[in-house]
Design a protein around this ligand. Sequence first.
Ligand code: ZN
Length: 200
Amino acid sequence: MIYLIAGHDTHRPGAIAHNGLTEHHYTTELQHSVTWINNRLHIKTDDESFRLTEVIEWINSNITQRDLVIDIHFNNNNPRATGTEVFIHPDAGQRTRHIATEMVQGISRIVDIPVRRHVSTRDYKYPAESHIGTLGIIERVLLEGVPAAPVILLEVCFLNQRDLARYEPQKNNVAKFLYDLLIRHTPLIGNLDPKEEKRI
Ligand SMILES: [Zn+2]
């Protein structure tokens, strides 16, 4: 099962873009674009009125090691910043690291913005390396009582003029790319090629 979460909600819509639209607008739009590609997929989405605490409780009562949680975000409207980044738990498994790496490299290529790294040896970051220093969905989703569940927090790009000018014309390609990536790496659906299965 894939949990595709649109970061932020109608109560707290997140960052405000240079054009006045909210981060919630962009996260929901991308979430809908991915699920509209094929709504027969086993993709579960949150309701846009769900607060983060409710989302985490809902995931915690269902998640297994074979599932995948993607929490979509966009970075703030800092006019000098650019790039795409992903966050995972420092103890995340190889499958999560692999998908996070493919995700951020693919978006970087499609949108034509750099990958934002903390160290050059990996393309994903840990919550302590975020500007807040902690990321609830990564640290509070538990598998058998411990964190490091297969959770990826994606910051697609910045909500400034520069990044959005690159993202807007490519947003359907980003949705298609995410869809393909998710079905390729999530068992029970899509590709059951044994070579792919071994990685899990
Ligand atoms: Zn956010």
